[in-house]
Ligand binder design. Sequence first.
Ligand code: ATP
Ligand code: ZN
Length: 285
Amino acid sequence: MEPLKIAIQKSGRLSEKSQELIAECDIKIIQGKRKLVGYSDDYPIEVLFLRDDDIPQYVADGVADIGIVGENEVLEKDKNVEIVKRLGFSKCRLSLAIPQDINYSGTEWFNGKRIATSYPHILQKYLDEQGVKATIEEISGSVEIAPGIGLAEGIFDIVSSGGTLVSNRLKEVEVVIKSEAVIVSNTTLSKEKKALLEGLLYRMHTVQQSNGNKYILLNAPNEKLEEIIEILPGMKSPTVLPLYEKGWSSIHSVVHEKEFWTIHEKLKNLGAEGILVIPIEKMIM
Ligand code: ATP
Ligand code: ZN
């Protein structure tokens, strides 16, 4: 069977998470000699290690069938690819920023100004929408130093915490897009490849569903069973098993870690004992 070719970033902010995601699907990647291509014995898959900027193009051209890339790159490159899954990591935003001491009035401030960016396409589209006429200075890196060296009055760049802006005495004035890692797909996959993609997405889905969910076991006095079950959500309904000691049962269920501390308090008040919380690797609903 022809493998599904998946492009991921070779090295950078996306590469570790991308490899982790594949590994969590129980697919072990064996890197080839030249380290540009990897394959697996666990799934018909071939991994191409590329620069993130090149991924939309390669997927559009069919060199790769799918790719893991930042939505920002997808929007900037504007190639014919389809976003088939949002992955929830590498979250960032693309924003306009200007020197801190400037009194900002609104997007019209940018009229006649120069804006430095590595994302000219997204920026131009935004400026057109806003009816702003500015000059775009395209540079490939260190965009944040542009105002300081007199290259531009403002910048349009990736922001996550905002720390880089502050250390360059800049302030964020407009958030233009929000981005996260996504899976993009070629739009003309064969039936076989589509099936492989579906299989892979299903595996990812089961991993993601388990994220944050914990398996909980506890001992409960029988007279409090009803009340305890009431506060335990579970997948369908909790499992209840009799304990050897009369009048007691063991309850098994699934809780989200966010709810755990609230639930835990109530459980103890109802007389629950021996509460165990165990990680869940995968969940199939
Ligand atoms: P390459 O050498 O592959 O071209 P790069 O330097 O262009 O790498 P990275 O800095 O590794 O790219 O960023 C890759 C992607 O990670 C970005 O396109 C964006 O989607 C996301 N990203 C970038 N900066 C941040 C950040 N500070 N926080 C969260 N995600 C980010
Ligand atoms: Zn890049």
